[in-house]
Design a protein around this ligand. Structure first.
Ligand code: SF4
Ligand code: SF4
Length: 381
């Protein structure tokens, strides 16, 4: 099914969100797929240890509402697992602290479901374009049903982070950084993400857009009330809806460009794709794009030098820039950097730009928003 359900929802009141989620799941026929033996994996966005009001991670009320409904459909709490792997170096203690900080540990306690704090992975073969096998968190491979619970956010590297990009968290810990190293080119990286999405194949997705993020997401943007939940089976169609609401042409987010190229989603969604509260399906007014917006360099480069686009792109691409005054010297950027090009000295981080591949993992992980996206003046013209 390619249709996408949009549900107006303006608050994180648990009772209301449970009613809204129930409507979406029943529309999607999820209730018919659940019985007492079904093992279910819930994959929220847990980018980092971040309190829910910052809108960096999926709100715990959405996760709790989904659990409530799954239980009412006949699932057993012991068969439901919440699992995600944040960026950066991980161990069970760090992962447990992240679940706690994001509010998922309290939800798991209240509902009696499992939290996956291990880093155990299972190798899965795939016939991807860029990648032939992935190491995935073991419950991702072993669960009968995967429910993907992303956040409605911008992203400085991939323009937006929705249903498809959320699945990168099924790759454990620093193995994500290895993919950034293997695929420094954003188009190749995006094809790798599509390979991953085709491998994980979540059964259903509910996007938390009650409060999402605009500006320099996924970790340093501004929370913004969008007042919606989105649901559906087809992650590419869901992300196309997000593109339309954020105001991105579908081929601007490189992951979507890769999906379009592979015929997984059309350039324009067919009439009637979006169902539910269709009156709230429209471009968000005054939406703040990430500063890196305009990453499709080819159309911005003057025609006479377009042959030199890759070089020009490297020279003009947005760069991470450390705000020394704000830096607290925690070292999280240094630890996540796939190129090992960040050092911390006397409590302040520095980047050796020579080796930087502009993956913006450092920007994602900085807990105090001390890494800015510096946009070349050329792209402000
Ligand atoms: S400095 Fe930041 S943007 Fe550059 S490679 Fe390292 S993590 Fe990526
Ligand atoms: S820039 Fe941010 S992540 Fe890096 S050391 Fe400073 S505070 Fe920590």
């Amino acid at each position: 099914m390619n249709n996408v359900y949009i549900k107006k929802q303006n608050s994180y009141n648990l009772r209301q969100v449970t009613t809204a989620v129930s409507e979406i799941l029943q529309w999607g026929g999820v209730d018919e797929k659940i019985n007492a033996d079904t093992t279910i994996l819930l994959k929220p966005n847990m980018l980092s240890k971040s309190s829910p009001d910052k809108a960096v991670t999926t709100h715990p009320v959405v996760v709790e509402a989904v659990i409530n409904r799954l239980l009412s459909f006949g699932a057993k709490a012991e068969n439901i697992t919440i699992a995600d792997s944040s960026g950066g170096p991980q161990n069970p203690v760090v992962i447990a602290a992240n679940y706690k900080g994001c509010g998922f540990a309290n939800v798991a306690d209240r509902c009696g479901v499992n939290l996956y704090t291990k880093l155990e992975s299972t190798t899965v073969k795939t016939d991807g374009v860029m990648v032939k096998e992935f190491e995935l968190l073991t419950p991702v491979v072993e669960s009968d049903i995967i429910i993907n619970l992303p956040k409605f956010k911008t992203h400085v590297m991939t323009a937006m982070s929705g249903a498809v990009k959320n699945l990168f968290g099924t790759v454990p810990g620093l193995k994500k950084a290895e993919f950034h190293m293997r695929f420094p080119d954003k188009d190749n990286f995006s094809h790798m993400i599509v390979d991953l999405a085709q491998t994980v194949k979540p059964h259903f997705t509910i996007v938390d857009g009650i409060v999402g993020m605009e500006g320099d997401g996924p970790g340093s943007g501004m929370p913004r009330e969008f007042g919606i939940l989105l649901g559906g089976e087809n992650i590419y169609y869901i992300d196309a809806v997000i593109c339309n609401m954020m105001g991105f042409k579908i081929t601007i987010p490189p992951i979507m460009a890769a999906a379009v190229k592979r015929g997984l989603v059309p350039m324009q969604l067919p009439e009637g794709t979006v169902q539910g509260d269709v009156e709230v399906y429209r471009p968000v007014e005054n939406f703040v794009m990430p500063k890196s917006y305009g990453v499709d360099f080819s159309h911005r480069v003057p025609r006479p030098i377009r042959w030199a686009t890759p070089t020009v792109e490297k020279l003009l691409a947005p760069k991470p820039k450390i705000n020394k005054a704000a830096c607290i010297g925690c070292g999280k950027c240094r630890d996540i950097c796939p190129q090992h090009t960040i050092t911390v000295d006397k409590g302040k981080a520095s980047i050796n730009m020579k080796n930087c591949i502009r993956c913006f993992c450092c920007h994602e992980m900085c807990p105090v928003k001390a890494i800015d996206v510096k946009r070349n003046i050329f792209f402000n013209i």
